[in-house]
Design a binder for this molecule. Sequence first.
Ligand SMILES: *Cc1c(COP(=O)(O)O)cnc(C)c1O
Length: 362
Amino acid sequence: MINYINLKKQYIKERKNLLSVIDKTLSTGMYILDKEVDLFEKNIQKYNKSKYCVALNSGTDALTLALYLVGVRKNDEVITTSNSFVASTAVIAHLGAKPIFSDVLPDQNIDPQDIKKKITKRTKAIMPVHLTGRPCEMDEIIYLSKKFGIPIIEDAAQAIGTKYKKKNVGNFGEIGCFSAHPLKNLNALGDSGYLVCNDRKYYEKAKELRNHGLISRSNVKNFGHVSRMDAIQASILNFRLKKLNKIILRRRDNFKIYNNFLDKEKVFFPQEKKYQFNTYHTFVIQTKNRNKLKKYLMKKGIETSIHYPRPIHMQTAYKKLKIKPVNLVNTIQQSKKILTLPINQYLSQSDIRYICSTINNY
Ligand SMILES: *Cc1c(COP(=O)(O)O)cnc(C)c1O
């Protein structure tokens, strides 16, 4: 069986190191906001070339805080995409704002031309999602952001290490939001996330709000949340961050094998443009007989997935918001064709060649 993802294998490989990291952190007796969390923030600042980082409990809370910090409030509009993990839209709804969906390009990322059509006086943020680890077309999005004075919040949950024109994602908008969920490329042993920014006032405010709004032990200016990254998760991420570049290179090599051997008459997948550096959080192909192919691959011992089977604008939760229906032609078409193939760092070359030949012979 070729697994789509293999966290047990990661644990077996790292077991000795992880247990010693955990033991060291537990021995300090400091489990909330201590050295390991500070160190993680410094490490990400350096890795992502961002001025500031705030370690949080999830990518979802990073998005919530980010939207709040740039001023998104009740009845405002935020432009984003419908084919994403549900959290990108849920955070907008929780602030009482309206998710407004743009359609996507053939590469599944937000279409800047369609963003332009959806901007109104109420638009308070644009939230591109760097889906699958591929960067969005940031120059065009930044052009719109500047022209209309609308801040950008990047959903970079799937995209740590991803670059657009040699610059790391997360640094293009006001705030960049990342997830360290166990299924992401840089993964904790539970929920974790972080945001990056280059503006000191967002940084200070995010630190305040993640910790009950406490500005000192006994002073609260604004009521906050409990959105801190646990010290134990920070210590694990500090350990794993050292391996991240290797993981990314391995995933990029895996893509190259797919690119060499998959029959492009049978399946479509976007090529990497010269100015993109894709980290392949997932590898998504588009094919006509998706459901049948998925079943066939399962029979042949190849586990696949779909990201995501139902676009958010088709979900009951979205319909309850009573926003006027949108027509997202590309999003709908892609949702019927997309299939995620395994690309994790534990696959062997022959695994991938087997997947390619199985698909080509189907
Ligand atoms: C994983 C993910 C999130 C949410 O991150 P969590 O850490 O699970 O809260 C948000 N957006 C996208 C695109 C994601 O893939």
